[in-house]
Design a protein around this ligand. Structure first.
Ligand SMILES: Cc1cc2nc3c(=O)[nH]c(=O)nc-3n(C[C@H](O)[C@H](O)[C@H](O)COP(=O)(O)O)c2cc1C
Length: 360
């Protein structure tokens, strides 16, 4: 992600030595607590029962940019070692691209020189670095009181009912605010897993107490920047803000969010725009939904090609795969929202500082 103030680059491979992140533009003086960093890394592992059996300790190792427990303002590098790696099965399917995965396109793009083991750089494992970048971005945002929370909106078409902001921003909140819906999602995931298949779902993310004025028109559009970042998460196939695609079926009189004053602040009585108007945050919660496809690696027999022999063939996978990745993605989605907001907030502060200067 290349922001104007805050940027990060992911590196590493699924079955390489490490995965990690290089973060640039993080202001100095932010207190860094590895234990806090681990919280979102643990959330990235999802629920034990439905996540891959690969068990990593995900211990972040800070290589640069932190001194005496605080950010220095210099580039930050953090790595996490890959320990629990078994590549034997990937050797067997080297020439047989998994349908739905990046194996085929990666081979085309990199002329077969790519590290194919465990999906290489395309693996969900690289989102460890995203979550670490999100940790620093959240630190920046917390200075201004901005908080971000994601929750499971649906899995396999089973929808979470109502959602109270207080519930999802509660410190004990985990995955889904609707217990009954979560139980049914859970049941469906188990059923699908037992069938050797996979399933997708939707994550909703809310950023609250965002200042008005972040973003701009066209290429500065805040929703465009956030969307691009969501699409940088593997397996994301759709993004919408506020009422999203539903607005296409509304009248203007329904879709327009009416303004009113509350304690001297401008608010809107609805939030169909999802907190972004004209590409600029309007001070209401930023609400977005991110659709994840079913995990490509499944245990059912599927058709593919043998690139070595140049013929059609079948493929039955073995190994360790998540039947549903959605429960693993909450801290990743939050991180992608956080890095964009942190970048825009840092830009906003420089204008604010300038506007407060006395005229010369
Ligand atoms: C956290 C996370 C974990 C993932 N785990 C798996 C997995 O275990 N097996 C798999 O086939 N795909 C997994 N994926 C999805 C693939 O990485 C992704 O579908 C693949 O790279 C193809 O990219 P695309 O779906 O964006 O086109 C995971 C994605 C994320 C975000």
């Amino acid at each position: 992600m290349r922001g104007k103030e805050f940027s990060f680059s992911l590196f590493g491979e699924s079955h390489g030595k490490v995965v990690g992140v290089l973060i640039e533009g993080c202001p100095p003086g932010l207190e860094v607590d590895k234990q806090e960093m681990r919280v979102d890394l643990e959330r990235r592992k999802g629920k034990k029962r439905f996540s891959t059996e690969r068990r990593e300790r995900d211990e972040p190792e800070i290589l640069s940019g932190i001194f005496n427990g605080r950010t220095t303002g210099a580039p930050i590098t953090v790595v996490v070692k890959n320990k629990d790696v078994d590549s034997t099965f990937y050797e067997k399917i080297k020439d047989k691209p998994r349908p739905g995965h990046s194996d085929y396109t990666a081979g085309e793009k990199y002329y077969g020189y790519n590290d194919h083991r465990g999906g290489g750089v395309f693996s969900g494992r690289l989102t460890v670095g995203t979550v670490i970048a999100g940790y620093f971005a959240k630190k920046i945002l917390s200075r201004r009181g901005v908080e971000i929370r994601a929750f499971i909106k649906s899995i396999g078409g089973i929808e979470c009912g109502g959602c109270d902001l207080e519930d999802i921003f509660h410190e004990d909140f985990e995955l889904c605010p609707d217990d009954d819906a979560w139980e049914r999602m859970h049941g469906l995931m188990k059923e699908v897993q037992d069938d050797g298949d996979s399933i997708g779902g939707i994550v909703e993310v809310v950023a609250k107490d965002v200042v008005s004025g972040l973003g701009g028109p066209f290429d500065e559009d805040l929703a465009a920047d956030i969307s691009k970042n969501f699409f940088c998460i593997p397996a994301v196939k759709g993004v919408e803000f506020g009422s999203g695609f539903e607005v296409s079926e509304m009248r203007g009189s329904e879709a327009n969010d009416e303004f009113y004053f509350e304690d001297g602040e401008v608010k809107t009585s609805s939030n169909h725009c999802g907190g972004i108007l004209g590409g600029i945050s309007n001070g209401m919660p930023i609400v977005a939904r991110v659709a994840f496809k079913p995990t490509p690696s499944i245990f059912k027999e599927q058709g593919t090609v043998d690139l070595e022999k140049g013929e059609d063939t079948g493929l039955r996978l073995k190994g360790r795969f998540d039947s549903c990745i959605v429960p693993k993605t909450l801290s990743i989605v939050e991180a992608r929202m956080a890095v964009v907001l942190a970048d825009h907030l840092l830009r906003w502060y420089s204008w604010k500082e300038f506007m407060n200067l006395e005229r010369e």
